[in-house]
Ligand binder design. Structure first.
Ligand code: NCD
Length: 440
């Protein structure tokens, strides 16, 4: 009879089954009755879900440590059931050279508390090939529309970047928006200035610029118009008369939606509330409902965790930076909401855990052989989001007071790293991209 390192006893699995689960040497070795284990946790039917991978976070650090650093950001992730984060390269300065990427990886290795990957910055002068071989997970977000800490690339620059990324068989992640010329001073005006038709038009334009069939992943799509543009592209690229990529397969196009676009609308805030200023903007209630109507079509949910300090947000609407923190609240908010709306919990796991890994080409967390032994254990009780309980250095959340279920315990690589608000044996594990020399 094997002695396990860790046994979680009487857990409920996503399919409703109840059993014990035993871990040894970082892997699941048994699901059933576990009799002998060095550490035993009695779970009383709590829900055990594969841990989430958040493929769009801004962990800041460097000169932006007042907003966030790798330790605070990854602790925030873990406390929200996320064990792998993909960091965006619009740091200050941006990650557009091999040296900056290597320094960023080293910063994360010494500070991060969970798995991480880092994307390459795409600007006109960036050496994409050396960033790829230095271990970038993906490229971008490429800004096809300006944002906080992100300058727009021209059509020519975008199409050249797609060619290079296609040549290395990489993934281009895109921030697609068209921005009007007004100077918005309210959330409604901000929404109008970055409207749904502009978001859809930006998606279409980006697809047209992708003449070589590079895999495109659209970040934080916020409207059904933009999602319809992606689906249209997908239909086109898989139709017999349409282009195939060089290896003969269909050109892949995927997209993500954020929790804030699913759960918040601008009507929930005072007109000039800068805490809700984000790109793409919060939409109206009708649009939010329309996103839920197409829940089954959504590929990935990612938080776009973009922390700014209270002081930075406490300026005029026009001057306030866009972005909201959300890595810690993503799964806790969506879990009760998905259940309330009668969607299976497995559909949430697909979008926050399985599919992000599929898009990135890395093993997902899960119960099958070869999958990462990363899990989060959720109680049955619904609480409310309390900003004082969150771990991001930002120290605030636009989700305050909303119903949520936070994990009681988080397992990474078969060991407990978080339990009842405390962190144990946390370690930053780097997931380099496919271009990294040490990877097959
Ligand atoms: C992001 C940030 O703060 O880095 N802000 C945001 O509103 N989403 C940048 C970005 O992704 O646009």
């Amino acid at each position: 009879m094997p002695v396990y390192d860790l046994a979680l006893c009487d857990v409920e699995f996503p399919d409703g089954r109840r059993a014990d689960i035993g871990f040894k040497s970082g892997r699941i070795v048994h699901i059933g009755a576990v009799e002998r284990s060095d550490e035993v946790v009695r779970c009383h039917g709590m829900l055990l879900l594969p841990a989430a991978t958040d493929m769009h976070v801004h962990m800041r650090g460097g000169s932006q440590v007042k907003k966030e650093d790798w330790q605070s950001g990854t602790r925030s992730a873990i406390a929200g059931g996320v064990t792998l984060v993909v960091d965006q390269p619009n740091t200050v300065p941006p990650l557009t050279t091999q040296l900056r990427l290597e320094n960023r990886v080293n910063e994360a290795i010494s500070e991060a508390c969970c798995g991480f990957a880092i994307n390459a910055g795409v600007t006109p002068g960036a050496d994409l090939i050396s960033l790829w071989s230095a271990g970038a997970m993906a490229f971008g977000e490429l800004f096809a529309g300006p944002s906080s800490y992100g300058e727009t690339l021209s059509s020519d620059e975008l199409s050249k970047a797609f060619q290079i990324i296609r040549n290395v068989n990489g993934l281009a992640t895109i921030h697609a928006e068209e921005v009007g010329t007004s100077q918005p001073d309210t959330l409604v005006a901000h929404n109008d200035n970055r409207g749904d038709q502009g978001e859809a038009a930006a998606v279409r334009k980006v697809c047209q610029l992708n003449s070589t069939g590079c895999h495109l992943h659209f970040c934080h799509l916020s409207t059904t118009a933009a999602i319809e543009a992606v689906l249209e592209q997908r239909r086109l690229s898989t139709g017999p008369e349409n282009k195939l990529n060089d290896s003969g397969g269909p050109c892949r196009t995927s997209f993500e939606v954020t929790p804030h676009h699913l759960l918040l609308s601008h009507q929930d805030f005072a007109p000039g509330d800068t805490s809700a200023k984000v790109n793409p903007p919060l939409r109206d209630k009708k649009n939010r409902q329309m996103l839920w109507n197409i829940w089954d079509l959504i590929d990935v949910i990612a938080s776009d965790h973009a922390p700014h300090t209270v002081d930075e947000k406490a300026v005029s609407f026009l001057d306030a930076p866009s972005g909201i923190p959300g890595v810690e609240t993503m799964v806790p908010l969506l879990l009760p909401e998905v259940q309330r709306r009668k969607h299976p919990v497995s559909s949430l796991i697909d979008k926050v855990s399985t599919r992000p890994c599929e898009v990135l080409g890395i093993p997902p967390a899960g119960f099958h052989p070869g999958e990462r032994a990363d899990f989060a254990l959720y109680p049955r009780t619904i609480t409310r989001v309390d900003p004082d309980e969150l771990h991001s250095r930002a120290g605030w959340t636009p989700f305050a007071g909303l119903p949520a279920i936070f994990p009681e315990l988080v397992v990474m690589e078969g060991g407990i790293i978080y339990r009842g608000g405390e962190f144990f044996n946390t370690v930053g594990r780097w997931f380099p991209g496919k271009g990294y020399p040490l990877v097959d």
